[in-house]
Design a protein around this ligand. Structure first.
Ligand code: KG4
Ligand code: ZN
Length: 342
């Protein structure tokens, strides 16, 4: 089976070709530089960039994979959640292509695609669902923070979610407060590596609550108040690094503690993590240490597949077709507010 997948939910235009679980090409055109001047994603600009980039990115994905449109068995695209107009670009273009080729079309949930990306690995990447295990899975991105119980392949239930800001959003907003360029997550990671994580004590909201939900807005606010009281702190390179390390330590402790607690309670043997924030080195290290200590198998999505990409959309779409899940009708619309079922 050969699939073309398209991803345009936010600020990355992605196209990928997947054949029998193997990623033949995975092209991502990032808009980070375009939005950096504004300190965040500007939806109208993102949409225009997707319109401009969809065709060349798709052509490159097909050419790299050495696949012609006529070779495709199916076409897939992200249906939601995401920015409405941005989603529409890739979704409608992919539907049009499926219609012209007379092939099935599959609309994919963006978080569900992140959810199964820990089972894709190697270079070139390939899906390995033969080693699949029931797991508790953390999805941490710029838009969402979710804890999910994955009972079996394509059988999952959301345990908890963020009540306000997502973990990536917290990284990005704190980074903005301290004057780092957008997106702040990778920059915080870099500075935190040379900082002291116990230099400043920041709150760990909901850490001790007996639920699987998260809240990061209070943490961001406490950093703002802390900076108002200590304005000189940003002027010295080392105190800036210590601040980054201390904020990162708070975010990571919350994510790791709640994930491991849920895994213990539910009794699964495996923990997985995906989404852009899974690139974070401290999160990867602490999840590895915690899983080692408590005897969980850990599957972290490999770095290149953590941030938004179309390969994860194609892999999931293929699994759905293999499990005889019905294709998405060609008159279906995007679902910008689509939530994974609790
Ligand atoms: O999954 P993703 O590419 O897009 C969404 O679906 O939101 O995640 C992007 C998020 C951004 O908030 C970015 O700052 C964060 O992932 N991120 C990181 C790191 N790399 C990306 N956060 C912390 N440390 C990193 N190394
Ligand atoms: Zn994402």
């Amino acid at each position: 089976m050969i699939l073309l997948a398209v991803e345009t939910s936010c600020d990355e235009t992605g196209a990928a070709v997947v054949r029998d679980g193997r990623v033949l090409s995975n092209i991502v055109s990032s808009q980070i530089r375009l939005h950096a001047d504004y300190g965040g994603v500007v939806p109208e600009l993102a949409t225009r960039e997707h319109l401009r980039n969809w065709m060349p990115v798709t052509e490159t994905a097909l050419r790299t994979a050495n696949v012609r449109p006529a070779d495709l068995s199916a076409v897939a695209a992200t249906q939601g959640p995401g920015l409405p107009n941005a989603l529409m670009v890739g979704f409608k273009a992919a539907q049009g292509l499926a219609f012209a080729l007379g092939r099935p079309f599959i609309g994919v949930h963006h978080h569900e695609a992140h959810l199964y990306s820990p089972w894709v690995s190697g270079d070139p990447p390939a899906a390995d669902f033969s080693s699949f295990q029931p797991s508790v899975s953390l999805i941490v991105s710029g838009g969402h923070t979710l804890l999910v119980h994955v009972r079996a392949e394509l059988d999952h239930q959301v345990l908890g979610a963020t009540l306000d800001d997502a973990a990536g959003e917290c990284f990005d907003k704190v980074a903005k407060l301290i004057g780092l360029p957008y997106p702040g997550g990778p920059e915080m990671d870099r500075l935190a590596a040379e900082g002291n994580p116990i230099a400043y004590a920041f709150p760990r909201p909901l850490l001790r609550e007996a639920n699987d939900d998260f809240s990061f807005a209070g943490l961001k606010t406490s950093v703002r108040y802390f900076l108002q009281k200590n304005p000189g702190l940003l002027d010295r390179a080392q105190t800036l690094r210590d601040l980054c390390a201390s904020v990162q330590a708070a975010i990571v402790e919350i994510l790791v503690t709640k994930t491991l607690r849920a895994a213990r309670r539910i009794g699964v043997g495996c923990v997985t993590a995906s989404g852009g924030v899974t690139c974070n080195r401290a999160l990867r290290k602490e999840l590895a240490a915690g899983c080692e200590r408590e005897g969980f198998i850990l599957r972290l999505t490999e770095r290149p597949l953590c941030t938004d990409n179309a390969a994860m959309i194609g892999i999931l779409a293929e699994r759905k077709l293999l499990q005889s899940i019905a294709p998405t009708p060609l008159d279906t619309e995007v679902e910008p507010g689509w939530v994974l079922a609790r």
